[in-house]
Design a protein around this ligand. Structure first.
Ligand code: ATP
Length: 304
């Protein structure tokens, strides 16, 4: 039994990586959740009614290490209070814990210490379904399935109607290019179907996330270069997506950090600086040196 338990643990860690790379593994993870080390609450609490601004999020003295690495704290003494409607940009060197933060918010893992509250409710007392329904996630790289465009978006909320899918696509600035595909929403995508550009894939991901109308949006900004036109359209879609939601974005672009209400600078699993772009540059600390390296000009993608 111990062996089985630990291999399931290892599997769930592999799945953690899959989520990171693909985002779309979410549904699969939900299926696996029954066997995962993260337990859905047996008598789940409900979230309060959704507010017009988005969700409030409070992390209180969170500490976390991955099960396979008990000696490495990926987050430590992590406390952060985010108001409904705020946009928080998260920056930090590789390995600082940015992705780990998202994994804990989605409850792919539970922290060993501290609490995470969504609209005042400990996320551990929510069902996994309720929690993950409240969170829209736009990963760096989007998996496009061998299915038509309609179903590729519907994957964000499997029960959604065609009209709901189209409404989400419109908000995500995806409707127009989908309409122009040979068979519109029925066009087959993926390996043996229509190959989408990077910007088109991102808009599919945004539409998927919006289908849930989530009060909390987690964005992992793409590091790959888009042409200027796609860049502009994707940015526009993201801005529309952020209205009425609380947003956490792992930021790789200057335009994003400049727009954020607050920038959180992570290093070695905890927050070392917070402020606006201008205040942090003036401070001349870690952010200033990261910004000098990462962000070239307004419209250019970062070099990583
Ligand atoms: P990057 O910018 O490179 O994506 P990050 O800031 O997102 O980095 P994390 O991926 O959160 O950093 O990693 C934080 C720490 O946790 C690192 O020490 C990393 O090696 C470790 N880590 C990340 N994922 C796992 C995993 N699945 N199992 C074990 N350790 C992991």
């Amino acid at each position: 039994a111990a062996l089985v338990a630990s291999s399931i643990g290892a599997l769930s860690e592999v799945m953690g990586d899959t989520q990171r790379a693909a985002g779309a593994a979410e549904r699969l993870l939900e299926l696996l959740a029954a066997k995962s080390p993260v337990q859905s609450a047996s008598h789940p609490a409900a979230l309060p009614p959704r507010t017009a601004q988005g969700a409030a999020l409070i992390l209180d003295d969170v500490a976390f290490h991955y099960p396979s690495r008990p000696d490495t704290l990926s987050l430590t003494h992590f406390s952060l209070s985010i108001n409904p409607g705020e946009t928080i940009a998260i920056v930090g060197p590789s390995g600082a814990g940015k992705t780990t933060l998202f994994q804990l918010l989605m409850r792919f893992y539970d922290p060993q210490q501290g609490t995470i509250k969504l609209d005042g409710v400990d996320i551990k007392s929510l069902s996994l379904h309720t929690l993950r329904n409240a969170i829209g996630i736009v990963p760096q790289d989007t998996v496009i399935f061998s299915a038509n465009a309609m179903d590729n978006i519907r994957y964000g909320r499997v029960g959604a109607s065609d009209d709901e899918v189209i409404a989400a696509a419109k908000m995500a600035a995806a409707d127009e290019f989908i309409q122009r595909l040979p068979n519109g929403y029925q066009s087959f995508l993926g390996e043996r179907g229509v190959r989408l550009s990077g910007g088109q894939r991102q808009r599919i991901a945004i539409a998927r996330a919006l289908l849930k109308n989530p009060p909390l949006l987690l964005l992992d900004e793409a590091t790959s270069a888009l042409d200027a036109e796609s860049e502009r359209v994707v940015q526009g879609a993201l801005e529309a997506a952020m209205v009425g939601r609380t947003t956490l974005v792992i930021a790789h672009r200057l335009a994003t950090v400049q727009r954020a209400d607050r920038i959180i600078v992570l290093e070695h699993g905890h927050i070392v600086e917070t402020g606006t772009h201008a205040s942090l540059v003036a401070q001349g600390g870690l952010y200033a040196s990261l910004a000098a390296l990462q962000f070239n000009t307004d419209s250019q993608p970062s070099i990583r």
